[in-house]
Design a protein around this ligand. Structure first.
Ligand code: HEC
Length: 203
């Protein structure tokens, strides 16, 4: 089934490719140009446009939850894969602990030990978890379960109201250990107009 879908998608893509090439020729009858899809409505776009700016929480939605609510949601919807108290389950390792282990061997990567900004966890859970039913949690539930995971990591008190403000204000322990990637290829500037053909040595 999956393979059939993939093949259908590939076929559709190559069809688009073929039509795009064709439409470059001046002689093509406009009535024969492809009519795939339609512009997305603002209403539908809102459902997909959910990224937030994690350092300052820009675009985090309204809503809030408590740690206790988060615990109940975790046990119902996350524990089967992530284990009791988020200490690791059948498909993923621990999501707690490891704080201060970044320069140790082994280091333990968890939302508590790794993420520089707390809203990253909210954003990730909101778009991707639970893995078997992504985007099924409400914003309030997502705030609550995010807070619960930070509580398990010792970073949020049990009585914290979890919302965009408290998450954005949470000082993450690993924040100071990131530095700007200084490898030369990460600073490459892309030419956007009047570009030279790429020489063989650059390829
Ligand atoms: C059906 C299994 C399943 C369920 C249920 C599930 N997860 Fe996950 N989760 C995964 C898998 C698998 C990964 C690893 C995904 C990857 O690496 O691409 C993951 C990754 C994560 C991560 C990333 C951790 C990190 O540091 O990289 C977080 C956070 C997380 N899940 C939270 C949750 C929360 C919260 C819930 C419940 C609302 C939940 N998950 C439910 C399977 C699941």
């Amino acid at each position: 089934m999956q393979l059939a879908k993939t093949l259908a998608a590939l076929a559709a893509l190559s069809l688009i490719g073929a039509c795009a090439n064709q439409s470059k020729q001046a002689s093509v009858d406009p009535s024969l140009t492809p009519k795939f899809g339609k512009p997305i409505s603002e209403q539908n776009l809102v459902l997909w446009n959910i990224d937030v700016r994690t350092p300052d929480g820009l675009n985090m939605p309204p809503g809030s939850g408590t740690i206790a609510q988060g615990k109940a949601i975790y046990e119902a919807k996350c524990q089967s894969c992530h284990g009791a108290d988020a200490k690791g389950g059948p498909v993923f390792g621990t999501m707690v602990g490891g704080i201060g282990s970044m320069d140790k061997n082994p280091r333990v990567l968890t939302p508590g030990s790794m993420y520089p900004y707390a809203p990253i966890l909210f954003d990730y859970v909101r778009r991707a978890m639970p893995m078997n039913e992504p985007q099924s949690l409400t914003n309030d539930e997502t705030y609550a379960v995010t807070g619960y995971l930070y509580n398990l990591n010792g970073l949020m008190d049990a009585n914290t109201v979890v919302n965009s403000k408290t998450l954005t204000e949470l000082k993450m322990p690993n924040r100071g250990n990131f530095y700007r990637d200084d490898r030369p290829d990460t600073n490459a500037k892309r030419c956007m107009s009047d570009c030279q053909p790429i020489s063989v040595s650059q390829k």
